[in-house]
Design a protein around this ligand. Sequence first.
Ligand code: 0PR
Length: 375
Amino acid sequence: MILERDSRYSDGTVLGSMCTEPHPVARRVFREALHVNLGDPYLFPNAAEAERECVRWMARVLLDHPAPEEAVGAIVSGGTEANVLAAYAAREATGGREIIVPETRHFSFEKAARMLRMRLVEAPVDEEYRVDVDAVQDLITRDTALIVGIVGTTETGSVDDVEALSDVAEDRGIPLHVDAAFGGFVAPFLRRYRDLPRFGFDLEGVTSVTVDPHKMGLVPPPAGGIIFRDGELPREIEVHAPYLSGGGSRQFTIVGTRPGAPVLALYANILTLGEEGYERIALACYRETLRVVDAAKDLGLEPAVDPPHLNLANVLLNGRDAAERLLEEAERHGWKVSISSNPLGVRIVMMPHLTADRVTEFLRLVARVVRECGG
Ligand code: 0PR
């Protein structure tokens, strides 16, 4: 089979992916729901209701919404579509054309800016790759449509001070979008055990959040999540589908015909794992990440952020040569790695399919390469 030549998470060689083996329940429900089209809530009213339930659950449990029934959202094709929708709604609501993003932003914001003919204005970050909130404040102009904070940056897993960003956004009357595509299913649970800023709708300035079920939600792709505080922003971008749902329905997603299978898989995970199950997984992954960082230091390597904010460890590399060598050696030994550029390092996303012991084997290779490249 063609699949045999592609990667499997279960063999523990995939080190740099934010996706993982779906939960067995999600996998089973997904297979049962292959025919479900969320673009037509007339035909699939129960699936549509499941989507609303998922949105309310995420708003309440992950995003501390004081009135979760007011949240409006959708399970879309991924974090990219979610971020595009947030930018689109903010542009329509404010008339502004600038998006202030941390320089650590995911490339999906570049897609959003280009599609929407907006401009990215990048704010610098501190030594732990968190956005400099004073700099964000200084970058605000009359053309600012949206401020973005990140919970779990792609390269180092850093968590921005969204509490401070929210104060700025509220004060200046500018929408604030939080990209918690990766951290949305982790940070709320780790915050019960370690110091991490809040980032949900209990902060008055936060107007929308991206949280991806196909990352730490253990749902098969495609499943990104966009959640707005209430109906105000999505109303700016919704269209009427006059012939659908008997009397017509409204949509604010980009995609019309949408797979219901990922939504029902998420719903099944929520019912099966619930808050406790997701907390257990998040904590287990974070503990393994701390062990990976310790192992890296024992081997003489330098973590980019210590302790890491979430379940992502980034180990610094001493130059482009080391990065090239590592890619070659990793390929030879069957590891699937991902090299970050800011900082130059190897990013290890500690998803449930990885253990610290397995990753430590890889770190020995990294230590040798760094040593041989003069580090
Ligand atoms: N926001 C953040 C912070 C992200 O890290 C990502 C994707 C997105 C938004 C966009 O999400 P979608 O890819 O769902 O549209 N981050 C992963 C990355 O670039 C995506 C990924 C996942 C790449 C698994 C490779 C892979 O094997 O690392």
